[in-house]
Ligand binder design. Structure first.
Ligand SMILES: [Zn+2]
Length: 302
């Protein structure tokens, strides 16, 4: 019941945001020229199709390569008006069901994979615990987090589950999707990188590139920060290892002067109504989140 009222409150707030006129102003003064990157995790086919219909009507969908080339070549000539890039984080199992929509709507999104979780039966650590513990475990060192996960939740990162509990995309699914999706790295185990030692952080970034190459036999040069968390150290590692871009969860839009290692995003709730999608894509809910957990609960930033 409590959740129901929270949902109703958020819908009302989203409606007020739309009526304020701010999203329209943002759309015409910012999103017309700059690239909007939307971030999903695990939407259903039904919801994602509704979103795609809206997005296709209002934006021109581009690929990560279009944005990367434009920033590195310092030209916006190949970017259409109202450019938008769709991204997904983690590599959840149900992403496979979206393939029919990628084909139908001719969209090539980027899915950032946790390379030691996908194509295995291993679990995402943040999916085996409740939200409260999850938020706490994001704030402590990797070492301490792994210790608590083991002692309190009987979980270690290389534990194997059963086929019926599979959480991530399988090797076969990834291979079937490769024509319709750009796969890139989201670390190996979804580490909270600034909470890692130098060695741990470097390995998550370096070896995930290697894992992807081994899995799909091509070079991968893009990264998204698990939970959106990064420090200057991670950016230094990414540059050193030959990555070209990294996507944050920082709110904003992307243009010629955007640091390619700090690509900005609008976080979309997987189950968002179209009203909420419009409010979230305007960035307003994201800014409000800095003050209060509105629209996109912290727990949804994975
Ligand atoms: Zn994630």
């Amino acid at each position: 019941m409590k959740n129901f009222f929270i949902k109703v409150f958020k819908e009302i707030a989203a409606t007020i945001i739309l009526f304020s006129g701010i999203p329209v102003l943002i759309r015409f003064f910012i999103a017309k020229k700059k690239v909007t990157i939307v971030l999903y995790h695990n939407p259903t086919v039904q919801t994602f199709e509704k979103h795609l219909i809206y997005l296709k009507k209002k934006y021109n969908l581009i690929e990560l390569k279009d944005l990367t080339d434009s920033i590195y070549n310092n030209t916006w000539a190949n970017i259409p008006k109202f450019p938008l890039l769709i991204t997904f984080d983690d590599g959840h199992k149900s992403n496979f069901k979206l393939i029919k929509l990628f084909k139908k709507y001719k969209v090539k999104p980027t899915i950032y994979l946790c390379t030691k979780i996908v194509s295995t039966l291993k679990f995402f650590w943040f999916k085996i615990i409740d939200d409260e513990n999850k938020e706490f475990l994001k704030t402590i060192t990797q070492n301490k987090r792994e210790k608590i996960l083991k002692e309190k939740f009987n979980f270690t990162k290389d534990d194997k589950g059963h086929t019926f509990q599979r959480q991530s995309l399988s090797r076969n699914e990834i291979k079937k999707m490769i024509k319709y999706v750009n796969f890139e790295s989201h670390s190996r185990y979804h580490a909270i990188l600034p909470k890692c030692s130098n060695k741990e952080s470097l390995e998550e970034i370096r070896k995930s590139k290697y894992d992807l190459k081994k899995l799909l036999n091509k070079e991968f040069n893009h990264f998204s920060f698990p939970n959106g968390d990064y420090s200057n150290r991670e950016i230094k590692y990414l540059r050193k290892l030959g990555y070209l871009t990294s996507r944050t969860c920082d709110i904003g839009w992307n243009y010629l002067n955007t640091n390619p290692f700090l690509l900005k995003t609008c976080l979309i709730t997987d189950s968002a109504s179209i009203t909420m999608l419009k409010a979230q894509i305007s960035g307003v809910t994201g800014f409000l989140r800095y003050f209060k957990n509105f629209g996109t609960l912290n727990g949804q930033k994975k």
